[in-house]
Write a new protein. Structure first.
Length: 273
């Protein structure tokens, strides 16, 4: 099986962003991918928090969700679309939802970003407060798909290994990450974190990222990648819009886990309270 990490430089026009996403998904399918992952904020790299609220759709219905279902069906893709803003009852803030569609266009699951990026980036003039406009999710996203059992995470989630271990314990066979990493944090930690999450869980990982300078002035790191279960980078797109397509070999992953049973050797969190 082949997986595609879609890399975008999303702007302020959702219609243009969706057109770019559809074109790149087509390129991924043409390269033989049957699993494709869109980056965080693929539909809108907002300038103001209220822009997300204005774009937000009701769960299960809206032009963005309809376009995603149609793309998955037409291209016969298992599609992880993360993230788009969905309305939350009783809240002005939105959920940062990653939706998963099957190759027949049906929606298979939803994961809302748990860890919100409320930080001052060290040694950089960057400050982010996602909680000002987003409601955090409350559960993990492990979703059965024709491509395998997926463990879904978003951007800042990557820094919390306990989330990934929970997904592995729930049977995740492939980890997927949608992101919009800043340049300073990406240069320091992106590859390190991706490879660590893959190696410690002996699990393939597909990471889709935003890249470049956006219309809202934000700069993102790019380097979308497919990582195999032993930590090797089998496909990567350093910069620009495009796709990184790489193999997913679940038979080899099962063999590696059998021969190198680190997951079975865990002690903390199992036999020690």
């Amino acid at each position: 099986m082949k997986a595609a990490a879609i890399q975008m430089t999303s702007g302020l026009d959702p219609v243009a962003n969706l057109a770019t996403a559809r074109r790149l998904l087509g390129e991924a399918a043409a390269e033989g991918a049957t699993l494709a992952v869109l980056p965080e904020n693929f539909a809108l790299m907002a300038k103001r928090e209220r822009d997300k609220r204005e774009l937000a759709e009701a769960d299960g219905d809206g032009p963005i969700q309809n376009a995603l279902a149609e793309a998955a069906r037409e291209l016969r893709l298992t599609l992880v679309a993360g993230t788009l803003p969905l309305r939350v009852a009783g809240e002005e803030r939105v959920a940062a939802a990653s939706l998963v569609y099957g190759p027949d266009g049906s929606r298979l699951g939803r994961y809302d970003k748990i860890h919100l990026f409320d930080v001052n980036v060290p040694d950089a003039a960057e400050s982010h407060r996602e909680s000002a406009g987003m409601v955090p999710g409350r559960g993990i996203g492990v979703i059965d798909t024709p491509a395998g059992r997926l463990g879904v995470a978003v951007c800042y989630d990557l820094r919390f290994p306990e989330l990934f271990r929970r997904m592995i314990d729930a049977g995740a066979e492939i980890l997927v990450v949608s992101a919009a990493f800043t340049v300073p944090t990406g240069e320091a930690h992106w590859h390190l974190l991706l490879r660590a999450r893959a190696v410690e869980n002996l699990c393939h990982l597909v990471a889709s990222a935003q890249a470049g300078t956006h219309a809202n002035g934000r700069q993102t790191y790019g380097h979308s990648a497919v990582i195999e279960c032993w930590g090797g980078v089998v496909a990567e797109l350093p910069a620009g819009e495009g796709v990184a397509v790489g193999p997913i070999d679940l038979a080899r992953q099962a063999r590696v886990r059998s021969e190198f049973p680190a997951l079975e050797h865990r002690v903390l969190g199992r036999t020690i309270p």
